[in-house]
Design a protein around this ligand. Structure first.
Ligand code: PEP
Ligand code: MG
Length: 907
């Protein structure tokens, strides 16, 4: 029978830090800390497997669990010297969730379990602190009725009518009547009355008495935590994060320690380094005389942990460093020990009971992109981790965040910040203000960019937070669950902006004397915590010294080259600045789209509408200068790095206008009749243009087209070489399926090369001749193709299209259904289908290299920038990947990770 319960405490633990899957993050962390003799209150973990059993057996716990729990509880009682349910000196416990991957605030917790009519008096006598006991009891009622009696029981109250909110109102009522500012102002008498009111309210709202039996409370708590695995927000979070439903949560039952015993007690959350910037400074928040949930629920803006990380919005709230300096020093020692032990930034929860420090949690802390990169670089510098580990510490998505834009600093300087809050998630964001999570989702679906403005950070808002471009809240701290989640997603987020007043009903908020209505634009600077009225411009974010250092580490490890897909000097320069080692795909037809394309497009159309080869040649001669200038500028920008230039690829009909007015304009400019133009367009019409007259087929039908492009490429290179510059053109033939096509075009390339070399008085213009592999037949006949081709570039967009027979332009119509039905794991045009299309790629490389061992091989389909696909390209032995300039750093990271993963596999 599997072991279902693992005990810890008293310097020992049955579980280990490596058993995350079984014990969850919290459970394995507690076991590890207990084993390290850190001050951990005794307890036990019920495994994630029990959660699965519970769900599989119609929400019933296995019968044998009762005995296991009783045994483990007896051990806790022994270590803590108190008994659960004992009327004279009761042990109180907490029930807390903990999945293998952290899901901050998405599941439930119940504290203070074991307080009943029988035990309250005993605890008061023992602690001589009536106020504390009553405060703990009212918290138990509040949490238990919400988590166990309402949520776990499947009761779905109307918005704002949940039992917790109703009890919250009772509390606010007392505070209001008495003129209290804080919960801690409530006296024993107030609490006594409040408890009576609470119990009545629970009965009224839920139709049941609050349970007065310690055992019933315990099992209610355990079940409710398991149940919360299938709570609404937990499910939403799992969908977003891709966490499988089968994992389940563990339940941690642990002896309570109290942060709410008076002014020498406190509770807090800390990160061993700043999770928003990565700075190596102990960062955290705490509240005196409070219980854990007060800090993370985002209801109160907590105090700073120390002076070094005090932010301006903390005002003169005392730091733990100043208020309880001895305990703070102890906490610093724990921080150092845990970081050294885990060799990673830890997220800690602690409670101070009457001056004594207790550790309640350690886990790898969530961080955003900039912080992940900085920590990885710093930790290598501190010799805490090796370079191989550093590259595994940053996900491609986190690196992507660093490249995201920020508010233009000049515009910020000119503007006036409306107010300031805590910089919970850096970067910039602008959007239209919405006030509910539902609106955030709906407006985003309509294609709008929104900023979600809320009174407090609340994990219930998870889907709205995901949809929003940025998040702004009036209350809450940096360690609140919602801030954590936002940061994990790299969202721009400001919390605890005390200077704003949110009126959800009126759909407005005021800040700095200005009222902002729903739909108005605001701009957030999540790095500084400042925000502005209006839509400020954004700029790129490339000057990050840690980014540069991190990329250097990646480059030192990776074997795969990384090039960019670029077709003009501007993009080429961008690609180089991102570290591209060349251009892997220059799509020459891009000169006919967008800015400045009017004239070349007209000449191309003139060529297309020509009725004789002679006319076509004339039009091509006019077009020549444009092609040459484009190619030359790009070759020059790449300063001697290789540039793969593809000959014309699309079917010609794509360039003939469809609109009547444009056709008229064209016919007039060409001096032909509308009928002639229509006739020409009709002959170009194809039923399956993607499988039609395109790519090399154009070059075979109209050799003069290929000749013009090839001549332009050689002349551009020759002119640069003559001027003492470097140029390495690689001529690439698209959409091929047979060696003879390649031979046909190779003869033409050779002829033009000879002519241009002679014209410039040169012996040779260095170049490579190669092909794209985009058709299954090309992959199969790769051996022969490699006799002529000096390089292959896998065009996996078309290769995917041709292999699956899925149209790359229409996949959106059915891909979601395929993914939902589990037929496809992902859109194969985004992530390479490694088993099918991948097999053709592997085969093509093997056959090609057999014939030409030094065959250079790359990929230039969209997959070249997808991390998983990049790793595949490394494994099958490609020389390089080529992707859009902005994806270049991501490909460099993925390539390094592929090497590290390969080493781990070998071991
Ligand atoms: C490809 O097919 O993968 C490719 C890079 O070419 P294009 O996307 O231009 O068809
Ligand atoms: Mg293609």
């Amino acid at each position: 029978m599997p072991k279902r319960v693992y005990s810890f405490g008293g310097g020992k633990a049955e579980g280990k830090g490596t058993q995350r899957n079984l014990l969850g993050g919290k459970g394995s962390g507690l076991a590890e800390m207990a084993g390290l003799s850190l001050p951990v209150p005794a307890g036990f973990t019920i495994t994630t497997e029990v959660c699965t059993e519970y769900n599989a057996h119609g929400k019933k716990l296995p019968a044998a669990l009762t005995k296991d729990v009783e045994k483990a509880m007896a051990q806790v009682e022994k270590i803590m010297g108190r008994k659960f349910g004992d009327p004279n000196d009761p042990l109180l416990i907490s029930c807390r969730s903990g999945a293998r991957k952290s899901m901050p605030g998405m599941m439930e917790t119940v504290l203070n379990i074991g307080l009943t009519g029988k035990t309250i008096a005993g605890l008061i006598a023992k602690t001589k602190n009536e106020r504390f006991v009553l405060d703990s009891y009212r918290r138990l009622i509040q949490m238990y009725s919400d988590v166990v009696m309402e949520k776990a029981a499947g009761v779905e109250p109307a918005e704002g009518r949940g039992v917790r909110q109703q009890l919250e109102k009772e509390l606010e009522k007392v505070k209001h009547e008495k003129g209290y500012k804080s919960d801690t102002d409530l006296t024993g008498d107030d609490l006594r009355n409040l408890i009576v009111a609470y119990k009545a309210k629970v009965k009224e709202v839920l139709g049941k008495e609050f349970p007065d039996d310690a055992g019933e409370q315990l099992w209610g708590g355990i079940k409710a935590v398991f149940q919360s695995w299938n709570g609404k927000r937990a499910i939403s979070y799992r969908r977003i994060e891709g966490i499988p439903d089968e994992w389940g949560t563990a339940v941690n039952v642990q002896a309570m320690v109290f942060g709410n015993m008076g002014d020498t007690s406190a509770t807090g959350v800390a990160f061993t380094r700043n999770p928003a910037t990565g700075e190596n400074l102990f960062y955290g928040e705490w509240l005196p005389n409070a219980q854990g949930e007060d800090v993370v629920a985002g209801i109160r803006t907590p105090n700073p942990l120390n002076e070094a990380t005090r932010s301006s919005s903390a005002g003169d709230l005392p730091s733990l460093e100043k208020a309880m300096s001895a305990t703070y020093t102890e906490l610093v020692a724990v921080r150092n020990k845990l970081e050294k032990y885990y060799r990673d930034m830890q997220d800690l929860e602690f409670t101070i009971q009457d001056g004594k420090l207790w550790m309640l949690q350690t886990r790898s802390g969530k961080r955003n992109g900039p912080a992940a990169v900085r920590m990885a670089v710093d930790m290598v510098g501190e010799r805490l981790i090796k370079k191989d580990e550093a590259v595994m510490r940053v996900t491609p998505a986190q690196l992507d965040e660093l490249l995201h834009p920020i508010l233009d600093p000049k515009a910020e300087q000119a503007g006036q910040a409306l107010a300031k809050g805590l910089p919970a998630g850096p970067g910039g964001a602008t959007g239209q203000v919405v006030f509910t999570a539902v609106d955030a989702v709906a407006w985003t679906q309509q294609g709008k960019k929104v900023i979600l403005v809320r009174e407090e950070t609340n994990p219930e808002d998870v889907e709205g937070m995901r949809a929003a471009a940025g998040i702004l809240t009036a209350r809450g701290g940096m360690t609140s669950h919602a801030a954590l989640v936002a940061r994990g997603w790299g969202k721009c987020c400001i919390v605890g902006a005390g200077g704003i007043k949110v009126d959800v009903h009126a759909r407005t908020f005021t800040a700095g004397g200005v009222t902002i209505k729903e739909g108005e634009w605001v701009s957030l600077n999540g790095t500084k915590g400042a925000f502005y009225q209006g839509q400020l411009p954004m700029v790129g974010n490339e000057d990050n010294p840690y980014f540069t250092q991190f990329m250097k580490i990646c480059d030192g490890i990776r074997a795969l080259g990384v090039r960019a897909n670029a077709d003009n000097p501007h993009d080429a320069a961008k690609a180089r600045s991102f570290g591209a080692a060349g251009i892997g795909l220059f799509r020459t037809e891009h000169m006919f789209y967008g800015k400045g394309s009017e004239q070349p497009l007209f000449l191309l159309r003139k060529m297309i509408c020509s009725s004789t080869a002679d006319e076509r040649r004339k039009a091509l001669a006019e077009l020549f200068a444009f092609i040459k200038s484009d190619v030359k500028g790009t070759l020059e920008a790449m300063a001697g790095l290789p540039v793969t230039i593809r000959l014309l690829d699309p079917p010609l009909h794509e360039f003939v206008p469809n609109r009547e007015d444009e056709r008229q304009k064209l016919a007039q400019a060409l001096g032909i009749s509308m009928e002639d133009l229509a006739k020409r367009a009709d002959t170009l019409h194809e039923s399956n243009p993607m499988m039609g007259h395109r790519g090399v087929r154009l070059g075979i039908t109209y050799p003069e087209i290929s000749e013009t492009w090839v001549r332009a490429i050689f002349e551009a290179a020759a002119e640069l070489l003559k001027a003492g510059k470097k140029a390495i053109p690689e001529i690439m033939i698209p959409v091929t399926c047979d060696k003879k096509e390649l031979d046909h075009q190779a003869a033409l390339v050779k002829k033009i090369h000879g002519e241009v070399a002679a014209k410039f008085g040169m012996k040779r213009i260095p170049y490579l001749y190669g092909t794209m592999i985009e058709i299954p037949r090309a992959a199969l006949r790769a051996g022969e193709m490699a006799e002529t081709a000096e390089f292959f570039s896998f065009g996996t967009n078309d290769l995917t299209q041709m292999t699956f027979g899925f149209s790359r332009d229409d996949i959106g119509g059915f891909a979601p259904d395929y993914i939902k039905a589990g037929i496809l794991p992902a859109d194969p045009f985004q992530t390479l289908d490694q088993s099918g299309v991948g097999e053709l790629v592997e085969l093509g490389i093997q056959r090609g290299r057999k014939r030409r061992p030094k065959l250079k091989v790359g990929i230039c389909g969209e997959h070249g920038g997808d991390p998983e696909s990049v790793k595949f390209c490394h494994r099958v032995g490609m020389n390089y990947v080529s992707c859009s300039p902005y994806r270049v750093p991501i490909a460099r990271l993925a390539a390094a990770q592929a090497v590290v993963e390969g080493k781990a596999k070998k071991k």
